[in-house]
Design a protein around this ligand. Structure first.
Ligand code: COA
Length: 420
């Protein structure tokens, strides 16, 4: 067995869809033994959602469940419950993201889990935190983005498309899973000091809010000042008493916007993000061929520029007209201007740097042949996560049951129980 930092940590992965699986997948990459417990027959719903090949596990599943083992168990039946009890006694962590109360209804309350194994770390994702007035709600990604403040602050503030907007980044799902992974490792280190497990919970609403703290900052500033100087509404439009949607404005103190490049009429991603760093105005003027702006009082300071910042972006767009997004970035990088091309998924899939760093990897799969997936975004000097394929449904049932001490006959009986 290769020597990875999380080798030896045994995780019952009682998760489904995205939030929980993203968490346990990452822990598996770093060496944990992750046993995914799935309902016989169907398994994680993502196995069959949005399939690109008939009867083969969908990419939704394969991209969130690599490096795991799959054990099928009907945990509502006595036989399945007995196996889960054994697993709880032998493992370190149980991760789950069922709807509120589902684990309790199965008979695995926190009290019962502690009885079975006082060292167990129970890690849960729910839509809302315990005791919250919405604690009974089931939650998916977009619901969390609305509940956690992201949707109200994303999108356009006027025009036909001006309603709240969902981000395509999984702020509610994978982001919550990443928070939970930090919680699990913290509880694990805590257990080394106390000898005791604990319950770790992350609410999707909280995880989204944690990423929206600059918008909360803006609400507090707006309450005090009545305006937000870095938003496109300033100074020509009026502010209400809530943080407005800011289009593509920069979230911090540096104005920025998405600008059209050569080919935007036909290529939906022929754009760059351009940032106007307040303290680095001179290089921008040199880069875009406007050296006279360096000494023009209308342009010299951020305060002077803000009232006509959109016109400045318009002038930069004119400069970009005959440059592709890649050509533009190649020029601007020489002037130290924070910028990047708007990358399509197709471009990212073929990006040689992402391949070289292991951020995009090809992984073998028993039925697909191989598939592309997103590798570890965390890089270590002494660990190179090796991404292996996702398991077929129940692929490791016999293996795991044998490890738990089940005989061949008992394993056969379990298959019969699973099948009924
Ligand atoms: N054997 C037998 N039953 C099983 C089982 C197994 N191996 N695995 C799960 N189940 C049962 C559960 O006991 C539960 O049954 P119950 O409701 O009768 O008690 C049921 O399957 C799962 O219910 P639930 O999790 O509520 O599924 P859902 O499809 O209705 O809802 C979510 C899906 C994601 C909305 C819901 O799980 C949820 O809100 N999760 C928490 C937040 C979250 O993680 N959301 C993001 C997902 S990316």
């Amino acid at each position: 067995m290769s020597n990875k930092p999380l080798n030896g940590i045994k995780i019952i992965d009682f998760t489904h869809v995205q939030a929980g699986p993203a968490c346990t997948q990452m822990l598996a990459w770093f060496g944990a033994d992750v046993i995914k417990v799935e309902r016989p027959g169907a398994g994680d719903v993502t196995r069959s959602q949005l399939r690109d090949i008939p009867d083969v596990d969908a990419l939704y599943f394969t991209m969130l469940n690599s490096n795991k083992r799959s054990l099928t168990l009907d945990t509502k039946k006595p036989e399945g419950k007995a196996v889960l009890e054994k697993l709880i006694k032998e493992c370190d962590v149980l991760v789950e993201n069922f709807g509120p109360g589902a684990l309790d209804r199965m008979g695995f309350t926190w009290e019962r889990i502690q009885e079975l194994n006082p060292k167990m770390i129970l890690a849960s994702v729910k839509g809302f935190s315990d005791g919250h007035h919405y604690e009974d709600l089931k939650v998916y990604e977009n619901v969390a983005q609305c509940a956690g403040g992201a949707a109200s602050t994303t999108g356009w503030w006027k025009g036909e498309q001006s309603g709240p907007m969902i981000s395509s980044a999984a702020l509610g799902d994978s982001n919550t899973g990443m928070h939970l992974a930090i919680g699990i490792l913290t509880a694990y280190i805590g257990r080394q000091q106390t000898g005791k497990g604990q319950k770790v919970a992350v609410a999707m609403q909280d995880a989204v809010l944690n990423l929206c703290r600059v918008k909360m900052r803006d609400q507090l500033r707006l309450d005090k000042l009545g305006y937000l100087e870095e938003y496109p509404q300033y100074p020509h439009e009026t502010f209400s008493d809530v943080v407005p949607r800011g289009g593509n404005a920069g979230g911090g103190g540096q104005p920025g916007w998405i600008l059209k490049c050569k080919g935007w009429e036909t290529d939906p991603n022929a754009y760059i993000y351009f940032t106007v760093q307040g303290h680095a105005w001179a290089p921008i003027c040199d880069a875009i061929g406007k050296p006279e702006w360096k000494t023009d009082p209308l342009y010299m300071t951020p305060k002077a520029r803000q009232p006509h910042i959109m016109d400045i972006f318009g002038t930069i767009e004119t400069w970009l007209q005959d440059k592709t997004k890649f050509e533009a970035v190649d020029i601007l990088r020489k002037f130290d201007i924070p910028c990047a091309p708007v990358q399509s998924m197709k471009e990212l899939l073929n990006d040689p740097s992402l391949r070289a760093s292991g951020s995009i990897v090809d992984v073998p799969h028993k039925e697909r042949g191989s598939y592309v997936t997103v590798g570890s975004p965390i890089k270590f000097s002494d660990l190179k996560p090796e991404i292996t394929g996702s398991p077929l449904l129940g692929e490791h049932t016999d293996e795991v049951l044998a490890e738990l001490g089940y005989t061949k006959d008992q394993i056969a009986a379990m298959h019969t129980a699973n099948a009924v």
